[in-house]
Design a protein around this ligand. Structure first.
Ligand SMILES: Nc1nc2c(ncn2[C@@H]2O[C@H](COP(=O)(O)OP(=O)(O)OP(=O)(O)O)[C@@H](O)[C@H]2O)c(=O)[nH]1
Length: 256
């Protein structure tokens, strides 16, 4: 990460309007078809229906969505990025969708990310599809200790092709890379899949904080380049940038 990069908690619009709710698996009794009564709060629906690309100060707000199976660590990754904290073993599945605003500085520019955390459970899919349309970037997670979550990535990418914009920035993330002894998916498997779909790839650990900032900063950097009209030239490619950063000696933990 460049020395001029930074993360701020600068307020814009509804800073940290966190409308996620969660439900502990042990106590929840969903119907077989899911939480039929679930409806996102009105402020979330309003935002989803607006084009939502400008903040009150007229600056572009980049919608970034976290996707992937339930339990892969989407909420943990966002909480770690937002607060620096990780709650061990505290799994409460996300219900519905919500967002957190974050301002980061890349290349001396402030980039406003509106980061949406979605529920990974199948029964919420129809809700989350509606949010793909306006997304500028998608972080698609699997869990390196969970083969099913990796196998499902192809289905996620098919869904993304169906519902998201063609030029959406996609980053594939293998999370929980701290779990070396339980690892089932090798780093090169993730890398190969990402190359096949021509998307960026990295491994992260929300627990250890490994590559968490890098994931969001790389996305911010790519979005900033595009916003400044550099979309068509090859001066910056998020895939190449991430490969350079993550194969550096400081990331040897990921090379398992
Ligand atoms: N060891 C380890 N555990 C993690 C990591 N990230 C998340 N976890 C754990 O994995 C479990 C699930 O994490 P969540 O962040 O709730 O997963 P999610 O993808 O948001 O799940 P849904 O809300 O159901 O979609 C929790 O017990 C976390 O503590 C990680 O990097 N390493």
């Amino acid at each position: 990460m460049a020395a001029d990069d930074g993360i701020e908690d600068e307020v814009f619009e509804d800073q940290h309007l966190n409308v996620l709710t969660s439900e502990n698996h042990k106590n929840s009794t969903p119907s077989p078809t899911g939480y039929r009564g679930y409806k996102p709060p009105q402020e979330v629906l309003n935002l989803a229906e607006s084009d939502g690309t400008l903040s009150e100060t007229g600056q572009e707000v980049h919608k970034t969505i976290l996707l992937g199976d339930s339990g892969v660590g989407k909420t943990s990754l966002l909480v770690k990025f937002d607060t620096g904290k990780f709650q061990q073993g505290n799994f409460a599945a996300t219900v519905g969708i919500g967002f957190t605003n974050k301002v980061v500085t890349v290349d001396d520019c402030k980039v406003k990310l509106q980061i949406w955390d979605t529920a990974g459970q199948e029964r919420f899919r129809s809700i989350t599809h509606a949010y793909y349309r306006d997304a500028h970037a998608l972080l698609l997670l699997y869990d390196v200790t969970n083969k099913t979550s990796f196998d499902n990535i192809r289905a996620w990418l098919t869904e993304i092709r169906e519902y998201a914009k063609d030029d959406v920035v996609i980053m594939l993330i293998g999370n929980k890379c701290d779990c070396n002894s339980e690892r089932l998916i090798r780093r090169e498997d993730g890398d190969r899949l990402a190359r096949e779909y021509n998307v960026a790839f990295m491994e992260t650990s929300a627990k250890m904080g490994l590559n968490v900032d890098l994931a969001f900063m790389s996305i911010a950097r790519e979005l900033n380049y595009r916003q400044n009209g550099n979309y068509d030239n090859n001066r910056f490619r998020v895939q190449d940038y991430v490969r350079e950063q993550t194969y550096a000696p400081s990331c040897t933990n990921c090379n398992v």
